[in-house]
Design a protein around this ligand. Sequence first.
Ligand code: NAP
Length: 345
Amino acid sequence: MTIKVAINGFGTIGKRVADAVDAQTDMEIVGVTKTGPSFGCDLAVKKGFPLYCTFDDSSKISAFADAGYSCSGGLSDLLSVADVVVDCSPGKLGAENLEKYKRAGIKYIFQGGEKHALTGQSYTSSANHSDNIGVDGTRVVSCNTTGLSRTLVPLFDYCGSLKVECTMIRRAADPGDSKKGPINAIAPVLKVPSHHGPDVMTVKPEIEINSLAVAVPTTIMHVHAIVADLPSGHGLSTESIIQMWKETPRVIVMNGVNNRITTTAEVMEMARDIGRKWGDLHEIFVWEDGISLQGDRLYYFQAIHQESDVIPENVDCIRALMGTEEDWKASVAKTDAAISSYYGL
Ligand SMILES: NC(=O)c1ccc[n+]([C@@H]2O[C@H](COP(=O)([O-])OP(=O)(O)OC[C@H]3O[C@@H](n4cnc5c(N)ncnc54)[C@H](OP(=O)(O)O)[C@@H]3O)[C@@H](O)[C@H]2O)c1
């Protein structure tokens, strides 16, 4: 069976999810939506993805043809030929779109800009793939929450309990975004605690976690400064934690000083060297020399490529919803191998 996937919203996340789905042998893209003609439509044309309009109004659909793009119809037409829709629209449109997906009778995946309450389900591959098998719809958690889950879940699974405090140092805007800021300030998020840490509990409720967040003038990554209290008698050392994360899928651990990779700028340059499209880094980057276990308290830093760590998770999530792969590690291996082969890596 080839799973038919629709992408509603072909922006930063949507175009990446479409590429990652296109790389897989067990799923195909049946269409992507844009609100109207723009340069982003050219990518859909180049990839051979059928282009649909976000809306069903005939005037909005015909605007594509007026600009020289072939448009296959409105969102309802797209939903009628799909098994599952990955909603990559800007956050907060979820409630409106959810009704459309339910009416179409197809499965749906939202992104981290929506709240857990929208679907009552959330997803990350390592934390709760099995809870999402066969459900009608879910939400792939945000880039920050995905990043926290990648390193905290294996630690929790080893220790059996975990109390975490973290500070999210957030990029102000994506590289293609000209509207957000700050450009010359550090902006604390004055909702305390921030939603990022507690959001981990939507996929792994057993981890006790809180967070603070600040936005800084950079476009290329988030950095997390994390303090985790392990239960006494955990039996871990700094070295064994490093080894654990080196064996964790989608986590890269590198010595910053030895590799001259001490800032997010070099991490992103390394990502460009890897050769995925857009210079993406699906993995969470952990500085080996920034990890220190002192007694029962663990300190570490990690960097998150906000535009891309959630991308392979969406692919695994499709398999969970469709019930075609119950083992999260098998899905992760399949997803990542297909993406590597797609880009000739
Ligand atoms: N960017 C990140 O770093 C990041 C990371 C993780 C999760 N997320 C989440 O992913 C989701 C998408 O974010 P994004 O950064 O990809 O946004 P984006 O770059 O602004 O792209 C949004 C896309 O949705 C389309 N759109 C606009 N209104 C729509 C509507 N009413 N219905 C359907 N589509 C509509 C836009 O169409 P046009 O292209 O025609 O304008 C655009 O293609 C959000 O929930 C966000 O919180 C973002």
